[in-house]
Design a binder for this molecule. Structure first.
Ligand code: ADP
Ligand code: MG
Length: 468
């Protein structure tokens, strides 16, 4: 039967593809309408699934009838898996749509198939430096309302990597809110409890560089093999992949491979998946498979705790009123919060001065002035309201009056364009809306700018005021 299928397939694809992807397949058995085939690697299987599933299911159904199913036995190609059982991947091929959307079920086979040449003698596991920074532990991460979900999901993942529904775990939020810290905490925790696991933290840019180098040196296979043997892979700042098709493509294969073998993926991003542009749909949809959790700006109490934790850890003494002053004035970003504390200490040491409230105030005020020049959602809302002669409060009201709805949309539009805030932050601040509303607002305003000259003029005027 497999021979019949092959003949059909051979007629339908280029010879070279046939030799590469079909000749290595070994038919294992037929059990009623289930055909089992053996493929040399997970990568191989993924490629077949991606490129040839239509052809395969069509021919198979012709041979075995409408209920034909295909099972893959995958010969593991990675040395580190030598002590594990081979996997069987089960697929119903009777319904293509169903097949495409259905996550692959990977089950351990009960007894090893003797036709699986699963003996890889003498190859030791590689030791991979996980690239973790010990300071970024869970212990040093202060919990608050702003990070509750992200933190507890991270803890769950750290306890049971690859075994929770949070795969991938997608952590997102503005810069300086703790994404890198939290993602690294997971790695640290896994290494602490399961030292035998291969953990790797890598920034998306570095991944991209390694990949491009591997293409140049013709060592793409090594690159793939290396990444496919990681148990817990942390990729920081995946927004950097935007627009880089080849890197995305490679990452897609690595993602699939790891996900299907029950390995854990942790991704961080400065935007929510819905706001991420320049990313292939199939990759984006995978980003949403697990859990997306955002990191928000910490509230006052959390900011105080973060400062105190740092002060305590570094064995410093800083008067309480100074801590409060910093926490009330540096509000948007934990990195700047820590930065303020550090520069305060540096200046105090330099001038051999005690840290008093007065010196602290001087230094912090100078720092804050520098950063507040940047536009904020609040200052944008204020400017827009001033322009239309509206009270600022009215943006928060539930009214659906046209002029107010439009002012709200304009404020959202400029906040999106001129600040680094995420859609959800903008929505939350302007009228307690969700990210979809903000996205809709930006589209509506863009449409109006294109179609309505007068409106375009108004937008230009507001923009000029914002930038002056
Ligand atoms: P991001 O990757 O989101 O830009 P980072 O993880 O680099 O932000 O965080 C910036 C700084 O703030 C780091 O020094 C980090 O340790 C600290 N930080 C962020 N959030 C917290 C928190 N909840 N508790 C303690 N430190 C934090
Ligand atoms: Mg970061």
């Amino acid at each position: 039967i497999w021979g019949n299928c092959l003949r059909v397939i051979k007629d339908n694809i280029p010879q070279i593809s046939y030799q590469t992807w079909f000749e290595p397949i070994v038919p294992v058995k037929i059990d009623k309408d289930v055909l089992t085939i053996q493929v040399p690697s997970l990568f191989f299987y993924e490629y077949l699934e991606e490129q040839y599933i239509d052809l395969l299911s069509k021919t198979l159904r012709k041979e075995l009838g409408g209920n034909a199913k295909l099972e893959y036995n995958v010969v593991m190609d990675n040395a580190h898996m030598a002590n594990q059982q081979p996997y069987t991947l089960n697929f119903p091929t009777s319904n293509k749509a169903d097949l495409r959307n259905r996550p692959v079920s990977v089950t351990n086979q009960e007894k090893p198939d003797i036709r699986n040449p699963f003996v890889i003698p003498g190859i030791k596991r590689l030791n991979v430096d996980p690239q973790l920074n010990g300071d970024y532990s869970f212990e040093n991460f202060v919990e608050g309302e702003c990070n509750r979900l992200a933190r507890s999901a991270s803890l769950a993942v750290a306890k049971n990597p690859g075994k929770t529904a949070f795969n991938p775990l997608f952590l997102y939020g503005n810069s300086g809110l703790g994404k890198t810290h939290l993602a690294q905490s997971i790695g640290i925790e896994v290494k602490r409890n399961m030292p035998e696991k291969t953990v790797l933290y890598v920034n998306a840019n570095k991944f991209q560089t390694q990949f491009t180098d591997s293409v140049r040196n013709n060592s793409q296979n090594d690159f793939l093999n290396f990444y496919q043997m990681i148990d817990v892979l942390i990729i920081d700042d995946v927004q950097e992949f935007a627009g880089k098709t080849k890197t995305q493509n490679t990452f897609f294969h690595i993602f699939n491979h790891l996900h299907q073998s029950g390995k854990q993926l942790i991704l961080t991003c400065d935007k929510a998946p819905v706001e991420l542009h320049g990313m292939e749909d199939r990759l984006l949809s995978r980003f949403k498979w697990g859990l997306s959790a955002d990191l928000q700006i910490p509230d006052f109490e959390t900011r105080v705790s973060i400062l105190n934790k740092k002060i305590y850890k570094d064995g410093l003494t800083v008067p309480e009123e100074v801590v409060y002053y910093i926490a009330s004035n540096v509000v948007n970003n934990v990195r700047e919060l820590e930065g303020a504390l550090i520069s305060l200490l540096a200046q105090a040491t330099l001038n051999k001065k005690e840290i008093t409230f007065e010196t602290a105030k001087q230094i912090i005020d100078k720092l804050v002035k520098k950063t507040s020049k940047e536009l904020s959602i609040d200052s944008i809302s204020q400017t827009v309201c001033d322009y239309f002669g509206l009270e600022l409060d009215i943006l928060q009201s539930k009214t659906r009056k046209r002029e107010i709805v439009q002012a709200r949309q304009i404020a959202m539009f400029f906040s999106k364009g001129l600040t680094n805030s995420s859609l959800s932050t903008i929505g939350a601040k302007i009228g307690k809306k969700d990210h979809a509303t903000v996205l809709h607002a930006c589209k509506a305003i863009n449409n109006l700018i294109e179609t309505d000259k007068d409106f375009k003029g108004q937008i230009k005027e507001i923009e000029a005021q914002l930038k002056s």
